[in-house]
Design a protein. Sequence first.
Length: 315
Amino acid sequence: MTSFLDFEKPIAALESRIIELRETADEGSLDIESEIAKLQTKSANLLRDTYSRLTPWQKTQVARHPDRPHFKDFVAGLFEDFMPLGGDRNFGDDQAIIGGFATIGNQKVVVIGHEKGSDTESRLKHNFGMGKPEGYRKAIRLMDLADRFSLPVVTLVDTSGAFPGVSAEERGQAEAIARSTEKCLSLGVPMVAVIVGEGGSGGAVALAAAERVLMLEHAVYSVISPEGCASILWRTGDKADVAADAMKITAQNLKKLGVIDRIIKEPVGGAHRDPDLCIANLGKAIAEELKALSDVQRQELRKMRRDKFLAMGAL
């Protein structure tokens, strides 16, 4: 059963009423079936209306929904022959950032992304998708392999930010993020980055400095979380909704600002309500972008990235 968010309470009430009617209805009762049909129509209309006017803070909640598809779901649904590669050849293997060789359609690629986990055990294993230095150094190693073998790079970004712990800082977190960002910008092969959930701070940019940056319809992408911004400006996280609105973190705002290039439509009610449809939509978009970039020369790809990022914020 779908987990409902705070702003979905009216929808949850209707769905609960439908379940109650089904459980108590006499088999074959036309009156009950008619009432259920009316409630289902009302619920579907309310869901559609609610998701057509989400606020930035509500989109943030949707992007964080625990049932939203994660990296492993996208890999299972889109990529064939996935061969994960582990370790940074320096310290260890970070489970928050996963990557390896794979095939999408007939195109061989290197795919890299954040994995948040889907239950308590897996979330702890993957550190809630918060990469450590060894994770970003692993990403650099994989991008080097992609460049060497002329394979496009696809990244799936979903993190609240890089891991902020003391141990990560001691192992050079900032340097690893900077090196990963630099590697993205210097690649001589096509790179398509997709913000599939949260795109938080440098931890996201380190895998998203691509010539083509896509976002799912209800994903968010920002320099800091709304709660973090609110705690700095107002010394309380209670104004996270105000911060989210001011920061322009939604796909729709970022498309207007030129930060991203394309918005991928989600199923009505968010990706978590129909993961298979969302994954299919994403796969189609990635295939189109890779095809469009297939004949672009190495120097032109680097120029595209340079021009793209230098143009951001220009008057």
